[in-house]
Design a protein around this ligand. Sequence first.
Ligand code: TYD
Length: 136
Amino acid sequence: MSAPLIQLVDIPQRGDARGQISVAEIGGALPFVVRRVYWIHGTNPGVSRGFHAHKKLRQLCVCVAGSVRFSLFDGWREESVVLDSSAKGLLTVSGLWREMHDFSPDCVLMVLADAEYDEADYIRDRAEFIKHVHSS
Ligand code: TYD
């Protein structure tokens, strides 16, 4: 059986009467050492982002406010998931074409990555991506 495209990780919530703290750490929600963090916010209405795959990069995507829909494609199957909770992280690994759609105006999408930004790790052409996964 093939691996599920949508891999959701539970992020422990340490809430109390004051409010919430969400924790991602090695040995818990984090499956890799984080070398880069970025967040996508202030997305304009109707905008979709992503439209690329990575050759090696692993990322944990957490929607800490609002909501966004991820579409993942492995070259054969496509699956979609809505992220709308800071208690869930979507693990995206290599060999997955990802697109982000339906950003809510208040969406803040935090991404924890296991490597620094490297344009050479990107595949930005969908046809090239399909060729890449079908030949490996
Ligand atoms: P891009 O990866 O195209 O965004 P997305 O795929 O989410 O739509 O990145 C947009 C711009 O930001 C591009 O010029 C590269 C730059 N960028 C960095 O400099 N460092 C980073 O860590 C990221 C993710 C992007």
